[in-house]
Ligand binder design. Structure first.
Ligand code: ATP
Ligand code: MG
Length: 178
């Protein structure tokens, strides 16, 4: 199957849907028997639906939870060093996955937050983009995408919050938010 040159896709912005849109791409790609991986840079320490959901996409798509949870939020008890180490490990995994000829699509979930929070460097992301096999589509998610990465990307989407149930005091919802 001829799919053409791989794209760099960025899902950013303050509204909801950056990760779910990336998951949607994988669901769609599964329909063509494509292969790949989602590497989560921030999430990882708690349970969420996509962990089980990925079993349905298996063995074509794998979920690698490399991150240690959101940095600096209330239930974050980890030292910053631990977050940095986890993010560096995620970068090393990403560098391997973008060289893997079996992969069609690689998603780096929440990587933009990892850069914004200085867990990784801009050069880390540029290295991944430059190392990537030309055929692989690379999806980067998270708000505050770096300007340079958006310049390098083919498709950049900004999810804009019009409303979010959170701001009305509604808690994150099972099956909708995680
Ligand atoms: P989702 O995973 O639902 O697609 P996202 O990837 O766009 O969301 P993140 O910035 O990764 O959003 O946020 C992580 C968590 O915060 C998710 O549970 C998400 O549903 C929730 N969230 C996303 N956008 C908002 C928002 N504007 N206000 C409050 N919570 C949000
Ligand atoms: Mg997300």
């Amino acid at each position: 199957m001829k799919r053409g040159k791989g794209l760099i896709i960025v899902n950013t912005g303050g509204g909801k849907g950056k990760t779910t849109a990336a998951l949607g791409i994988l669901l769609r790609a599964y329909g063509y028997d494509l292969h790949g991986v989602m590497i989560q840079f921030i999430k990882g320490s708690w349970n969420y639906g996509e962990k089980k959901g990925f079993k349905i996409l298996s063995p074509n798509f794998r979920l690698i939870t490399a991150g240690k949870g959101f940095v600096g939020i209330i239930d974050d008890t980890l030292e910053r060093d631990e977050h940095v180490m986890a993010a560096k490990k995620a970068i090393a995994i990403a560098l391997e996955e973008v060289k893997n000829e079996k992969n069609d699509i690689v998603v780096l979930d929440e990587i933009n937050y990892a850069l914004k929070g200085k867990l990784i460097t801009l050069q880390d992301i540029i290295n991944i983009i430059q190392t990537k096999l030309p055929s692989i589509d690379l999806v980067l998610t998270g708000n505050f995408a770096h300007k340079k990465i958006m310049e390098m990307a083919d498709t950049v989407t900004e999810m804009k919050e019009i409303k979010h149930a959170f701001s009305k005091g509604k808690l994150a919802k099972i099956g909708i938010d995680y």
